[in-house]
Design a protein. Structure first.
Length: 229
């Protein structure tokens, strides 16, 4: 057997992700968001995907692997866009605290509010994982979001005078908490403002969040006793 033939023999015979896999991922996202990891069943996911339950095990191996695949798909798209936006800010010389925060928040909030793309379900799922204290939640958030978090923490520390790395971490965590809370439209802001503030104005939502978070992060930098020394 030639080297090429041996390589083919060792190759995974499963096809690249196609319509069946995407249907399963879409269904799993909804079922996990509605029921949590433990409440979701592969049978319910298969029924939602209109697929044979055996296909879940064929393509993904286990419910846990499927859960991680759902996180990986969305986080990959979000974080690729974030990195591209940061690179563009550096290339164009447009890096400020506000533009950096926009690059962090916009991909997440935009996805969450894209009803046609299933973003609202992922918003609920991500909220569960980010707030979870169990080993699985910690593992998936660490695996798929730590690298991008460290990038933005470094950028925050670089762009805000006097901001220590520890305060950059605090600022990042507060920004992410706000971003996740804004991913899914709940109508709450509309209710509390007696209809004066719309919950579907994406630009106003992002601009307002950036303004609020930027003020808090600058305050952290200003509170550093070494700032301006």
């Amino acid at each position: 057997m030639t080297g090429a033939a041996r390589s083919e023999a060792r190759a995974d015979p499963r096809p690249e992700r196609g319509e069946a896999q995407e249907a399963i991922l879409n269904a799993a996202e909804l079922v996990f968001a509605e029921n949590g990891f433990h409440g979701a069943t592969t049978r319910a996911i298969a029924e939602r995907a209109q697929a044979n339950a055996a296909l879940i095990h064929y393509y993904f191996g286990s419910k846990e692997a499927l859960y991680e695949a759902v996180i990986a798909r969305r986080s990959g798209a979000i974080n690729d866009e974030r990195r591209a936006r940061v690179a563009e800010l550096h290339a164009s010389g447009a890096m400020t605290l506000e533009t950096l925060l926009d690059a962090l928040l916009r991909p997440t909030i935009t996805l969450g509010r894209d009803a046609s793309g299933g973003g609202a379900a992922y918003a609920r799922l991500l909220g569960h994982a980010a707030a979870g204290t169990d080993e699985r939640s910690h593992r998936v958030t660490s695996s798929y979001y730590d690298a991008i978090a460290r990038l933005f923490i470094s950028e925050l520390a670089a762009v805000v005078p006097g901001l220590s790395r520890n305060d950059a971490v605090r600022g990042y965590m507060n920004a992410i908490s706000i971003g996740i809370s804004l991913m899914a439209p709940t109508g709450r802001i509309n209710d509390l403002s007696d209809g004066q503030i719309a919950d579907d104005d994406l630009e106003e939502i992002i601009i307002g969040a950036v303004r609020f978070i930027a003020a808090g992060i600058r305050a952290l930098g200003d509170s550093n006793p070494r700032h301006g020394a």
